[in-house]
Design a binder for this molecule. Structure first.
Ligand code: IMP
Ligand code: MG
Length: 176
């Protein structure tokens, strides 16, 4: 049996997102920000972060498959859903739930840079720096966490637990 232990409470998450929204508003040049959430987990973070920002935002989604249904990625990456809008000349903020190995964001940065945005930044709710395989600089990080598998607030284990309000550590889950 697996069990859940709260690591970051809903209240802590919401407080931190307000801070991040204000910081992003201050940092970015005038004009709209193109928020790009990586499906599916980051949608939860995007909806709250966008409302913590007091400027115009455009919202779009990108699907990335890393060929892993369990707890680890295989390292192979492909785009499964592309953007609907052009980002040429735009100030882009990639919104991600968690940076783990860095494989997904490293790949996505290369893909999006080729489309000539004016700037690209990364906002990640969670960061597990111990696990990094590819270099990634997230400009905005909600929480740095230890190397534990977490679920909730968008994060899943085999598609389950995304709708929890808290970020929880999933203990004793069967290896996949
Ligand atoms: P990366 O390419 O290894 O950085 O993987 C990032 C993706 O792996 C995230 O967008 C999540 O979908 C998934 N992931 C990494 N760590 C966790 C975790 O602790 N819980 C749930 N999903 C995770
Ligand atoms: Mg993801």
């Amino acid at each position: 049996m697996s069990s859940l232990r709260v690591l970051i409470s809903a209240e802590q998450i919401q407080t931190r997102i307000q801070e991040l929204g204000a910081e992003i508003d201050r940092d970015l040049p005038d004009g709209p920000v193109y928020l790009i959430a990586i499906l599916k987990g980051a949608c939860f973070f995007l909806t709250d972060l966008s409302r913590a920002m007091k400027r115009d935002v455009f919202v779009d989604f990108m699907g990335i498959s890393t060929y892993g249904k369990g707890k680890t990625t295989s390292g192979e990456v492909k785009v499964t859903k592309d953007l609907d809008i052009s980002i040429e000349g735009a100030d882009v903020l990639i919104v991600e739930d968690i940076v783990d190995s860095g494989v997904t964001l490293n790949y996505l940065m290369h893909v999006l840079e080729q489309r000539k945005p004016r700037s690209i930044r990364i906002a990640a709710l969670l960061d597990k720096p111990d696990r990094r395989l590819r270099p990634i600089h997230a400009n905005y990080v909600g929480f740095r966490i230890p190397d534990e598998f977490v679920v909730g607030y968008g994060l899943d284990y085999a598609e389950k637990y995304r709708n929890l309000d808290d970020v929880c550590v999933l203990d004793e889950a069967p290896a996949k």
